[in-house]
Design a protein around this ligand. Structure first.
Ligand SMILES: *Cc1c(COP(=O)(O)O)cnc(C)c1O
Ligand code: SF4
Length: 367
């Protein structure tokens, strides 16, 4: 199976918990929806009326990083549109197999800074816990597509050494649950983890980086909300949507439930060619997020990970888009345009890392 991270999404429901014929009033458990995700490129294309596009799909890319997309996310794709911005994020195209100079396996320097226990402590005051390698959706541009999850997730170590590291370092005030997608763990497992952190006096905030409320909003169930409500710390949740079409009524309903449980909602996006590389796409996304009570946080310039070159937007174009977005929206709806630079003290504003030859008024950028 190549380097596909093992799918460890927490215990699946016991067979006796899934009635053979669920009654229509019974909510479908998120684990069942997770399990029913589409994994065959041809099945996805057929379902969208795009069966004739199979030559655009790479078996090699699929073997390296499997296709995975929940049915509910596919339902938001436009039928018959090969350029659908949601489809583009998940379809393993032949372009992924092209070798492009500058696109490497560990684009953000995670490997040198990672402790074997799944804790990444790159920035002052906050440490990121790679809680699991699993995700409900496989995003083709993801910088973690080559990450050696099996060895480096905290769960692989039974949490002990990760918890020990977080407990010992009194400079850590914020714990970020990340992955993979931390909400792919069972709520029970999440509660075990936060119960262990409860007594640690230097921890003041919890943050959760997750795409699940977007791609599988059913994950935001009563059990999860109960866990969130009982957390002893203020909690920020950074969701990940790249295009307004990702935000349907089910997602808004998940946002509303999260709000009611006291969670502060932010969004991060990746600037992706063919997905959101236009001012209208970015403005629509911000406006739609806000109508669901979510503030835009970061717009990431793509990490130059091998296989993702066809998503790259040039820095010049990125800065121009961002400047136009600033001219169009209130400041609080403009995400910070950043790039991750190995060894830097924070995510850096793109304007500060781009060579001085850049002029934002110069619109003659190449696509
Ligand atoms: C992105 C990231 C963070 C969070 O950075 P913020 O600027 O606080 O959002 C923390 N730790 C690591 C290792 C990260 O990659
Ligand atoms: S972007 Fe997030 S949800 Fe998508 S594959 Fe990467 S870690 Fe998983």
């Amino acid at each position: 199976m190549g380097t596909e991270p093992a799918i460890r999404c927490g215990p699946l429901p016991k067979p006796d918990m899934i009635p053979a014929n669920p009654s229509p009033t019974q909510p479908v458990r998120w684990q069942a929806l997770w399990r029913d995700a589409i994994r065959e490129p041809q099945a996805l294309l057929d379902q969208l009326g795009l069966g004739h596009l199979s030559h655009r799909v790479s078996a090699e890319a699929t073997a390296q990083f499997a296709l995975r997309v929940p049915q509910g996310f596919v339902a938001r794709m436009r039928h018959g549109d090969p350029d659908d911005p949601l489809l583009r994020q998940v379809l393993p195209l032949v372009e992924e197999t092209f070798s492009v100079p500058g696109f490497a396996l560990d684009a953000v320097g995670d490997l040198p800074s990672s402790a074997a226990n799944g804790v990444l402590h790159k920035y002052r005051g906050r440490a990121l816990l790679v809680a699991t390698g699993s995700c409900a959706v496989h995003c083709r541009y993801c910088f973690r597509r080559h990450f050696p999850y099996a060895e480096q997730t905290a769960a692989a170590n039974d949490w002990e050494s990760a918890l020990a590291a977080l407990t010992a370092d009194t400079s850590i005030h914020e714990v970020l649950l990340s992955g993979g997608d931390p909400l792919s763990l069972s709520t029970e497992k999440l509660a075990q983890l936060t119960d262990r952190l409860r007594g640690v006096p230097h921890i003041r905030r919890l943050r959760i980086h997750t795409r699940l409320p977007i791609v599988l909003p059913e994950r935001v169930d009563d059990e999860l909300l109960t866990w969130l409500t009982r957390l002893p710390w203020p909690c920020a949740m950074v969701v990940h949507a790249n295009h307004a079409n990702e935000l349907d009524e089910n997602v808004f309903s998940a946002f509303a439930r999260l709000h009611r449980s006291g969670v502060n909602l932010l969004n991060q996006s990746v600037l992706l060619k063919g997905v959101n590389d236009s001012v209208p796409a970015l403005a629509d996304l911000s406006e739609r997020l806000f109508s669901g009570g979510v503030l835009p946080y970061y717009l990431h310039q793509l990490d130059r990970v091998s296989g993702a070159a066809h998503f790259e937007v040039s820095d010049t174009q990125a800065l121009a888009l961002h400047e136009q977005l600033c001219a169009q929206l209130p400041g609080y709806l403009v995400p910070r345009l950043v790039r991750e630079v190995a060894g830097a003290a924070a995510k850096l504003p793109l304007a500060s890392v781009t060579p001085a030859t850049h002029h934002v008024s110069d619109s003659r950028y190449s696509m």
